[in-house]
Design a protein around this ligand. Structure first.
Ligand code: GLP
Length: 241
């Protein structure tokens, strides 16, 4: 069952989730984090930056694996998740960049890159805490709703829905990449602990499917019900349909 924390607003989601990340790192200095992009975790990253700057949190031994990356995309593209992570977190904390990992949007061979990434996670000590956002269609990472979901890191086509949703970050929908490399469902489920952040009314349909007794591949996040340690941290707008 997914545990639920309903917060008053976005600010509270950011604070609560940052506290959980900080606790993880304070208990285990060399924690491996699974990191997410999108607008939802930005507030949490700001809180973590503050903690680091004020000397309350040390990232020097922390490692990380990001969930996904557009494909193909240049690291220098300001819409790449590579750029996002540097801009929103890595450049502002004392993490060793050599210990951070993001699927390579510049790789020549996407399938080989997916294999490399999955292997890298397998050969690591394992993700201690995975942070997830959720698409309004219920996707996690870029595991889009479908009859069948893929277990391992893979190249995926983005749904029209996701392209439209993400077009708000681009000059136009035509500029949104149509494919991405994403951790698969099993890759995500291997994390020891997961927190899923959701904010705003446009997430309430997807969030409402997380609290019933069904698993449905048309809302990939519902598979998280099979994981022993998942906490949904959302605001009232996302919780109430
Ligand atoms: C993106 C990412 C997801 C993210 C989701 C929600 O497409 N691949 O990891 O959770 O969309 O984004 P936002 O937080 O901006 O609503």
């Amino acid at each position: 069952m997914i545990k639920v924390i309903v917060c008053e607003n976005y600010e509270e989601i950011s604070k609560k989730s940052a506290e959980i990340v900080a606790k993880q790192i304070n208990e285990k200095a060399d924690s491996i984090l699974g990191l997410a992009t999108g607008s939802t975790p930005v507030g949490m990253y700001k809180e973590l930056i503050e903690m680091n700057k004020s000397g309350k949190l040390d990232f020097s031994k922390v490692g990380s694996f990001n969930l996904d990356e557009y494909y193909p995309i240049k690291h220098s593209d300001d819409q790449s998740y590579y750029y996002f992570m540097n801009d929103n977190l890595f450049a502002h904390i004392n993490i060793d960049i050599a210990n951070t990992n993001i699927p390579n949007g510049e790789a020549e061979d996407a399938d080989a890159e997916c294999e490399r990434y999955e292997k890298l996670i397998d050969e690591s000590a394992g993700i201690d805490l995975q942070i997830l956002g959720i698409g309004h269609n219920g996707h996690i990472g870029f595991n889009e709703p479908d009859e069948k979901l893929i277990t391992k890191t893979h190249l995926t086509a983005l749904t029209e829905d996701t392209i439209m949703a993400n077009s708000r970050f681009f000059a136009s929908a035509d500029e949104v990449p149509t494919a991405a490399i994403t951790m698969g469902m099993e890759t995500i489920m291997k994390a020891k602990k997961i927190i899923l952040l959701a904010s705003g009314k446009n997430k309430s349909d997807a969030v409402s499917m997380l609290t019933d007794n069904y698993i449905d591949t048309s809302c990939p996040a519902t598979l998280l019900k099979l994981h022993p340690d998942v906490t949904l941290i959302c605001d009232k707008d996302a919780f109430l349909k």
